[in-house]
Design a protein around this ligand. Structure first.
Ligand code: AMP
Length: 510
């Protein structure tokens, strides 16, 4: 269905901008019209169909660029799921993902970090996009329960796991997402802010809402996001109507008084997901953008971006702390369960379990892990998939409230991180005997991470040694997973049953 909507939009608005990326300087540097999006992705799809047999997933590597979107669509139009990998992922992790996906080819809009067969470079992609096939090619796009995309998230074993989202999941998600915050007027041209890299499922919210509604995606790349001056210039030029980001990113923007209705006069909605939206952030946004609706949504990658919603009005903000994450969407049921799988009563805290029509079919090539956290459930006589989120929550007044994790997964600046993922990678570093990674909280939010390391080392100086560990760790994990502090200990404290005593470590000074 989404592909049909995209075709219709391209036919209706060929001259409308589908994607624009406002660069570090004043001009809207990179952009793509709807007509070009259709033509380029058709040409690239025909190229893929002519060279790749079967329907195996394809890796799309790069950052923000109009060609990323073209590649995604070319993959699904030619019957292949796509797996986006951002340039921020270090080479060894890219290699692990590529090994897992085993793609027949890699579409690489940026220089690929290592040599491999089947890489189609950025220049080649641009050339193919502009070349119509010499003979007409019949395409058989992904459909219904075919996988549409695979997004890798942090895994506790030290290697990321690939969440497979089907075409149906995405369609079901979009049917609801288009209604968020009062809905999208089908006659209106919306511009959506894209903050998250395409390898994070939050970007699915802005990218596909924009493609679904015939809108414009205004992408903020890494360079723009790291310079306040460039960021505010880009925001001002975006004429955005819909904001999609983590609350952390909104907090960064709110730290500057200029972030207000005067900067984004056409902004109608803030759509948040991925981490706790605090009363303070919501209140400040309502003060500075009195005409905009603030929407909190909740969900993991495993259930296609989000499954609950609530509009945060001044009344809701005044009455509830923490803020609710809202009610489940149609087609989804949420249960709060205890460890034995019993459904708990309102007010009782337990695990948030999601059942419904957007739950993933499981992790790529990981049947055991899939079996551990996914299951099935019957809704209205129809069997649907179910996912144990590992999130702790409760229901009150019909609303779901999120109150932390049952395991060692955290969100830092909006990024999902398994602390054991970092620990496993620190353990790979020479000399390290033991490692434990702990979140550092302030005002109820994770502000940084600290690593506690026992190591045999020659460097006498803690600072130098931690710098060395940091630079070695960068080979294995993205920058956002590098601990801010390293604390060196002779041995990690253990509980009576032999596990690392995280409580005792928390008491150590970091
Ligand atoms: P991701 O798969 O990266 O989207 O991360 C999913 C996790 O983010 C969830 O399992 C929650 O732990 C957290 N999360 C998502 N939405 C919210 C929200 N609105 N409030 C608090 N935590 C959230």
């Amino acid at each position: 269905m989404i592909l049909e909507e995209i075709s219709k939009n391209a036919a209706r608005f060929p001259q409308r901008t589908a994607y624009c990326q406002i660069g570090l300087n004043d001009s809207k540097t990179d952009s793509l019209l709807w007509g070009q999006l259709a033509e380029y992705s058709d040409n690239l799809a025909a190229y893929i169909a002519g060279r790749v047999s079967g329907r195996a997933p394809i890796v799309v590597y790069g950052h923000k660029s109009p060609y990323m979107i073209v590649c995604f669509l070319a993959c699904v139009k030619s019957g292949h799921a796509y797996c986006p990998i951002d340039i921020s992922v270090p080479a060894s992790r890219v290699a692990a993902i590529v090994d897992e996906v085993a793609p027949p080819c890699i579409l690489s809009t940026e220089p690929f970090p290592f040599e491999r067969e089947g890489i189609v470079t950025g220049d080649e992609i641009a050339e193919i996009c502009r070349t119509s096939p010499s003979e007409p090619v019949t395409l058989s796009p992904v459909l219904s329960d075919d996988v549409f995309y695979i997004i890798f998230t942090s895994g506790s074993t030290g290697t990321p796991k690939g969440v497979q989202i089907t075409c149906e999941c995405l369609d079901n998600y979009l049917m609801w997402a288009k209604t968020l915050g009062g809905g999208l007027d089908p006659e209106k041209h919306y511009t959506f802010i894209n903050q998250a890299p395409f390898s994070f499922d939050l970007s699915v919210m802005d990218l596909y809402l924009s493609l679904f509604s015939g809108g414009t995606l205004a992408a903020l790349d890494k360079a723009v996001q790291s310079s306040t001056a460039a960021l505010f210039r880009a925001l001002e030029k975006s004429s955005a109507n819909v904001w999609v980001s983590t609350p952390s990113f909104a907090d960064v923007c709110l730290s500057d008084e200029r972030f207000s209705e005067a900067l984004l006069p056409q902004l109608e909605k803030f759509l948040f997901c991925g981490e706790t939206l605090t009363n303070r952030t919501a209140g400040e946004l309502m003060r500075r953008f009195p005409k905009a609706v603030v929407v909190n949504t909740y969900g993991p990658t495993e259930s296609t971006v989000a499954v609950t919603e609530v509009n945060i009005t001044p009344e809701v903000n005044a009455e509830w702390s923490p803020l609710p994450v809202g009610r489940e969407k149609p087609g989804t049921r949420i249960f709060i369960m205890d460890e034995a799988g019993r459904i708990l009563r309102d007010g009782e805290k337990g695990e948030i379990v999601i059942a419904g029509d957007t739950v993933s079919i499981g992790y790529l090539n990981k049947p055991e892990l899939t079996e551990k956290v996914f299951g099935t459930y019957e809704i209205d006589g129809k069997s649907c998939r179910l996912y144990h989120t590992g999130d702790k929550g409760y229901r009150q007044n019909g609303w779901i409230f999120y109150c932390g994790r049952l395991d060692f997964q955290i969100k830092l600046h909006g990024y999902r991180i398994e602390l054991e993922d970092i620990e496993s990678n620190i353990m790979k570093l020479p000399g390290v005997r033991q490692a434990a990674v702990l979140p550092v909280y302030r005002d109820g939010q994770v502000r940084s991470i600290s690593a506690y390391v026992a190591a045999d080392r020659s460097d006498a100086d803690d600072f130098q040694y931690s710098q060395k560990l940091r630079s070695m760790l960068r080979k294995y994990v993205p920058d956002y997973m590098i601990p801010k502090k390293f604390v060196f200990v002779d041995a990690l404290p253990r509980t009576d049953n032999g596990k690392v005593d995280r409580r005792a470590l928390g008491g150590m000074r970091a």
